[in-house]
Write a protein of this length. Structure first.
Length: 111
């Protein structure tokens, strides 16, 4: 999976460079987030601007990251959701769980 990770102030930015976040690659994202948590990086921002499709496995990986961040008194926030992905979050009511921002800068300002 194409993931770019960089430190941005108080948060670690994870850019998902794939069109799909699904059963084939969501475990890579989950592993990357777990590695960051093990390094005491508890504030994560996942940029989904390139993702056009997300399935239950992709949502599950993000929820797992959210739970792990919360358990460590951290945050997992999302940004750059495409309309199709945003509608999936609304259908599953996950837009009420995650803090979702239009872009990276707005999200980083919230940490």
């Amino acid at each position: 999976m194409n993931l770019r990770v960089e430190e941005r102030g108080e948060a670690m930015l994870i850019e998902v460079g794939e069109e799909r976040l699904d059963a084939h690659n969501s475990s890579d994202l989950k592993s990357q987030m777990l590695n960051l948590f093990e390094e005491n990086r508890t504030n994560l921002l996942v940029d989904l601007k390139e993702v056009r499709f997300v399935d239950s496995s992709g949502l599950g990986a993000l929820v797992s990251g959210f739970k792990n961040a919360s358990a460590r008194n951290g945050n997992l926030k999302l940004c750059g959701l495409q309309p199709q992905v945003k509608s999936m979050f609304e259908l599953t009511r996950l837009h009420r769980v995650f803090e979702i921002f239009p872009g990276v800068d707005e999200a980083l300002a919230s940490f």
